[in-house]
Design a binder for this molecule. Sequence first.
Ligand code: PEP
Ligand code: CO
Length: 463
Amino acid sequence: MHTAVPQPGQPLSARALAGSVWRNGDWRRRPIAQQPPWRDLAALSSVRDRLTVVPPLTAIADIRRLEASLAKVAAGQSFLLQAGDCVEPMDASAIPALRCKHELIGSMAETFSDRIDAPTVTIGRLGGQFAKPRSQPTETVAGREVTVFRGPIVNDHRPDPRLRVPDPHRLLAAYRAAKAVLSELHIIAHETATRGLPASDLTVLGEAGGEVSGLARPWDGSLRSVLEGYGETRRDEAGGWSRTGLWTSHESLILDYEEALVRRDRQTGEWFLLSTHLPWIGKRTAQPNGAHVAFHASIANPVACKIGPETNPAEVVELCRLLDPNRRAGRLTLICRMGADTVRDRMPELVRAVRNAGHHPVWVCDPMHGNTEVLPGGRKTRRTEQIMAEIEGFFETLRAAGEWPGGLHLEAAEGAITECIGTGGPDNAIALERNYQTLCDPRLNEEQSMLLADAVSRLVAKG
Ligand code: PEP
Ligand code: CO
């Protein structure tokens, strides 16, 4: 079927008529939380129009591959590791940091797979993790009240009132930054997959990712090895497990940005969010009657949703019903962030309710966001002991209920940052100051992450 190619500047309605722009505006009729107080609405509208005609960042075939991998996690056949910054940088530091993050998540995943002898699905909090939900509209920095930092997709982290004004042009900058990350991920995937291949086989390699059908024979073998089993550890020749590459994920928060990147699958007519592989709904926007749930209910990607200590059984069942009405394997991941002190109290009835309603999501533990501590003076930190305690409570609860504790969702970064207190990092509040870098929440450093991977892989292996 021929579909007219939409042109930039053509009115939205004309593009909608052309059949290639998403028309499901149902979410706009719902209460919406956490959107920036944009001032320049004309600029927002023109940026949105621009984003509806840019090339997508992810490929539908890849998103389907990820869903198949998540279905295996839901069935208890593999483990999931999702990790990265709380807020991803949008500047030039992002690309070198990406290589280190790939290395760190890959090493952690190999640790899990070697010990449990099963694949680990690897997903970064990257390629678009640029938006932050906030509890207050303003904050006080050095005695001055300024608009709160909502992530680099909205405003600048420097506490200058002019730089804190939400700027719609940042949505385009975010798209470009995410595109650079995706492109670098493709390059890393090629390098990983073709390591050791003779040069004569490498000369024909082009871009990885995207649809591969129809490619000429000589490209096939190498490209197939990049794409098959991408995003999960695979068994290597020596009998161990090796990393492949990372899928992307982010909190899909700023719906003007996300909606503009929805595209249609021409074969099936489904609508996919092509700003990422796995979007997630954050804790502050997970109201069952809210705009974010309506939006994610209408797209065909696998989706994740955070749940917390205030989520009750009726609510979690309603979220499952809305987000996964067809009970599709791999479609829904529930990321539980309860807090070490409440996980054993809150989780059992939620797990029971979801199972009794006939849903089988991927159950993931986020041991970071329920364990944030604000020290006198305002520094945010987390203690590795608390993080481990929540993971233990999560494993215990899921196992007691006969469910598979499917994975971990972490805020972690490369290098010797000093943001979380505990073994492998600073042991007190003063030592935190040595290398505290995060623009938002405190992350585990490299050593803490590897210690955690070791401890948790033992827990998984215990069965
Ligand atoms: C986050 O993942 O950085 C976040 C804001 O989490 P939550 O929605 O669980 O508070
Ligand atoms: Co965070």
